[in-house]
Ligand binder design. Structure first.
Ligand SMILES: [Mg+2]
Length: 228
């Protein structure tokens, strides 16, 4: 059997992060006594996006960003509220919400019958553990390798070396890395010399400079691919 060991990324591969963010915002609105609207969500998204751009460019800290996005949303929507409380609710919801893509659970259940499945994720330990604990997909997986615990993350070769050293009997050619991110999942598999499968949800053009062994648009395509 090819690839008896499957290494899955979590966010945007198994878990639908945009759906989780949306559900979190709905709860923020409910607690704050606002009614949820598409316009309001779009406005929040713009505030959030601007601030992440500032953060990525080194113009603000993450602590500032987290609260400021709600402060800005309140100011622009002309509503009164407590931005710090809204952010606390948002983070709590994200930590406990585990919105799976619809095909993730059925596909992983089938794959777990014959193969060993592992999660490889760049994340904060406490948030990710809480999310997995709340998810029905967790029993499909033998173990979780969370970057914060490992001490390094994808796409570093050292992260994958750590993972392989902790999977009994793992040889690189037996493993298949599956993920949506070129810069962490696919780059990491390339760095570590592991076979990889790019989950390209939106059909983006295949980039230069990566070894992409397989490409799929949806997780269901893994089943025929692995049976080949
Ligand atoms: Mg991902």
């Amino acid at each position: 059997m090819r690839y008896p060991i499957l290494l899955f990324d979590a966010d945007n591969t198994l878990f639908d992060f945009p759906a989780a963010e949306r559900a979190a915002f709905q709860e923020v609105c409910r607690e704050a006594g606002f009614s949820f609207s598409e316009e309001g969500y779009a406005l929040y998204h713009r505030c959030n996006g601007e601030l992440w751009e500032d953060f990525n460019a080194g113009r603000c800290t993450k602590e500032f960003l987290l609260v400021e996005r709600f402060r800005r949303y309140l100011a622009r929507s002309g509503q009164a509220g407590d931005p710090e409380q809204m952010n606390r609710t948002h983070l709590r919801m994200l930590a406990t919400s585990a919105v799976l893509f619809p095909d993730a659970l059925p596909v992983c259940r089938i794959l777990a019958e014959k193969r060993r499945l592992y999660i490889i994720t760049n994340a904060v330990e406490s948030v990710q553990r809480t999310r997995f604990a709340a998810s029905p997909i967790t029993p499909c997986f033998q173990d979780f390798f969370i970057s914060e615990t490992v001490g390094c993350g994808k796409p570093e070769k050292a992260y994958f070396d750590y993972v392989l050293a902790r999977i009994p009997g793992a040889k690189p050619e037996d493993c298949l890395v599956i993920g949506d991110s070129l810069s962490s999942d696919i780059r990491g598999a390339n760095n570590a010399g592991l076979p990889c499968c790019w989950l390209n949800h939106t059909g983006r053009p295949r980039p230069e400079g990566f070894r992409i062994d397989y490409e799929i648009r949806a997780l269901t395509e893994l089943l025929p691919l692995l049976e080949e």
